[in-house]
Design a protein around this ligand. Structure first.
Ligand SMILES: Cc1cc2nc3c(=O)[nH]c(=O)nc-3n(C[C@H](O)[C@H](O)[C@H](O)COP(=O)(O)OP(=O)(O)OC[C@H]3O[C@@H](n4cnc5c(N)ncnc54)[C@H](O)[C@@H]3O)c2cc1C
Length: 290
């Protein structure tokens, strides 16, 4: 299938990108890796009048942990994360998720920022960002705003990003104490979207109790789900198998899956329960070893 006709611009600065977005508004779409947008255009689910290709804007492809946060620029590809020593060192959840995104071709081209902006409930990165308590940085012609990931996605394929704004950066907190994380994904075949997946993150305090916990779920609701009750049940507690089992039950309750060709609702909910328990156990082992 062919997309509808569109204009194409390839600015070379963020200011130029923002000027086009300000002028064309709803008629324009940012093109990053094109791994979600182009298929949607071919299927005529999206028919922008103009594509604003941001791939020629230099300086948006950084992964930087110089201050207290891991800063991920808008043009960081999935495979940049796979290859990043920095990410492997300071964020196990991101490092664990990256190799699970589709296949090498998609990973070479698709971007983390594009995935978050796209807000596909089957997308893996939004869950990682929710579990880690990340912020989204958006720029428009009137300035920059920082949006907590928990407030960013408002529905399937819908975010608070204005059509005139560019997602420029994701800010992921670095571990505050001893930290660890995991991303467990069940897929029918290599490169498939998740049947169900769970992102986990734990920070331990000096005494070994849980200072901070993050759990988020992929493909089991109309949006990626932050399992807040499960997180709250963990914070301030001494880690134990029984505690993780309780949190896993709460996470499964937070899922709202639909039965489809990937499995029944009951099956997916059970995968969430088991993956939450396993993910927390893995996160704890990493945190205690770090
Ligand atoms: C065969 C296949 C399998 C896939 N499997 C998986 C998978 O297993 N897991 C998974 O998570 N994803 C999967 N994907 C999707 C892939 O991860 C995409 O790369 C990602 O969803 C979108 O990133 P992109 O850079 O390609 O964005 P694009 O396709 O360029 O854009 C997607 C949307 O986000 C907007 N956008 C992009 N960047 C910005 C920005 N900086 N500011 C504002 N808006 C922006 C665009 O305007 C568009 O609306 C798969 C894709 C394919 C084709």
């Amino acid at each position: 299938m062919y997309p509808a006709r569109f204009d194409y611009v390839a600015p070379t600065t963020v200011d130029e990108v923002l000027a086009v977005l300000a002028e064309r508004g709803d008629d324009a779409k940012v093109l990053a890796g094109g791994q979600s947008l182009i298929p949607m255009m071919k299927l005529r689910f999206a028919f922008p009048d103009v594509l604003v290709d941001v791939n020629r804007v230099p300086g948006l492809d950084y992964i930087d942990d110089a201050d207290g946060q891991l800063r991920v620029g808008a043009l960081v590809r999935h495979n940049d994360v796979v290859a990043s020593d920095v990410v492997g060192r300071v964020n196990h959840t991101m490092a664990a998720a990256a190799p699970w995104i589709s296949d090498p071709i998609v990973r070479n081209v698709g971007t983390v920022g594009g995935s978050v902006a796209h807000a596909d409930p089957l997308g893996d990165w939004a869950s990682v960002m929710l579990a880690c308590g990340a912020d989204v940085v958006a720029r428009g012609t009137s300035g920059e705003r920082v949006i907590p990931m928990a407030d960013f996605i408002t529905g399937p394929f819908t975010t608070v990003l204005e059509p005139t704004e560019l997602l420029t950066e994701l800010r992921v907190p670095k571990y505050t104490g001893r930290g660890g994380g995991a991303y467990l994904k069940l897929e029918r075949k290599v490169s498939d979207y998740a049947t169900a997946a769970v992102a986990t993150h734990l920070d331990l305090d000096g005494g070994g109790d849980i200072a901070n916990a993050g759990i988020a779920l992929t493909s089991v609701a109309p949006n990626n789900v932050k399992a807040v009750e499960a997180e709250q049940a963990l914070i301030g507690q001494a880690p134990s198998e029984a505690l993780f089992a309780e949190a896993a039950q709460l996470a499964a309750r937070a899922a709202d899956p639909r039965g489809d060709e990937r499995g029944s609702a009951e099956y997916k909910r059970e995968v969430v329960r088991i993956f939450t328990q396993r993910g927390l156990t893995k996160a704890l082992a990493l945190a205690q070893g770090s």
